[in-house]
Design a protein around this ligand. Sequence first.
Ligand code: SF4
Length: 356
Amino acid sequence: MWNTEMEHPKTEQDLVAILSLTDSEEIEKLYKAARTLTEEIVGEKVHFRGIIEFSNICAKDCYYCGIRKSNTNVERYTIPDNAVIEAAKWAWKAGYGSIVMQSGEIESDAFTNKITDLLNAIAKETNGELGITLSLGEQSYETYKAWFDAGAKRYLLRIETTNRELYKTLHPADHSFDVRINALKNLRKAGYQVGTGVMIGLPGQSVEMLARDIIFFKEMDIDMIGMGPYIPHHQTPLADSMPDFEKIKERQFQKGLIMIAATRLFLRDINIAASTALQTLNNIGRELGIMAGANIIMPNITATEYRSSYQLYDNKPCLSDTSSMCHHCMEMRLSAYGVEIGLNEHGDSKHYAKRQ
Ligand code: SF4
């Protein structure tokens, strides 16, 4: 039952109560409280991070992921460096304060050097004005530091779930939970604004586990959250993990929004992205994510020809769109909700700024 105390959750029990809400009127009150708090603390504007999915080559084999190395049905690609730089320049000229560079996970000296060179080139071509977030998986501390020194200031590494047993059901035995936690600590040590996140509505996941995920975000002093509802991919070992997915889609979407709102009310001044996965489940999913407490949108600025080969889950939207189409579409969608876009601003996490 919704009550005003839920607007100020302080304990795991408070979070469990929020995450267990099912009454639609109470859930609307939750979203409203989260949006109001976002406007008060973070501001009314939404900031864009143009995402460039520059390679779908990955050395890992996460059971839920459509680009896992064992999926031989995927056409593998790496966008040439000059095209990545052009995409970054396009974002800068379009007024995006930041981009996200994302790919599968590769650990090698050649990959480290390639990213360092790209970061230097992008800084040169954009007068050092473009904020850069990396999302390139687990790397050594030295690699994280080299990329930070070359200009990347934020890093997103999703933990996916903080429950060790559930983690094991999502990953092969050689994907270590402890290594991932350590990577998050190394990112903080290297100086980044650190982002993480989880999948919501996984098979076997309880509201108590999700509540503990939010507690984990707080304990790790996380600056940014990128999380979304779990959507199965048909070419993975978990393809049949939710045979009735079509029937539960709506609740899965709702769980995603409730988790955003609960995270906002508990962590207050962090950045939270309204993920593309929300739009996969609901045509206005990202807008509703903003109205439930998110404040970041990541329009896809990957060249159209590569988009269909970067699908971590099924039915990802906007695959045939261009960067301009995604930009104008998001502008129109947000203005319909009276939401202003913070152009030419980095939109750094207020939480991070406070820690400085
Ligand atoms: S989730 Fe990330 S690390 Fe895992 S297989 Fe997919 S791209 Fe690779």
